[in-house]
Design a binder for this molecule. Sequence first.
Ligand SMILES: [Mg+2]
Length: 112
Amino acid sequence: MGSPFFIGGNDMRVIAIDYDGTASDHPKKVNALYDNQANFIVINTARPEYLREETKKELKELGIKYHALNMEKIRADIYIDDKNCGGLRWPKIVKPKYSSSQEDSTATSSKE
Ligand SMILES: [Mg+2]
């Protein structure tokens, strides 16, 4: 695959869809997007590269249609992206992940 900025060509809308818990749970929704010829579907997963063939096999078994499979996206608990479905949203994170009692002093408001 060439530069990720040119995948699908300039005329296509590139849609990156997480695999586990997203595409894997909603194959019909992925396929509906794929069936629109203006869309270029990238299955985007944090799975390691060595699981590529296994992942392709799963995608086939689930009947998921896609144009490209991107492995090893950065693993994150929360993605904040201006290309988010529904637009950019800054989550209000109240509790630090590894503490059940402390308030998170770094919490941000979506109004900031
Ligand atoms: Mg997921």
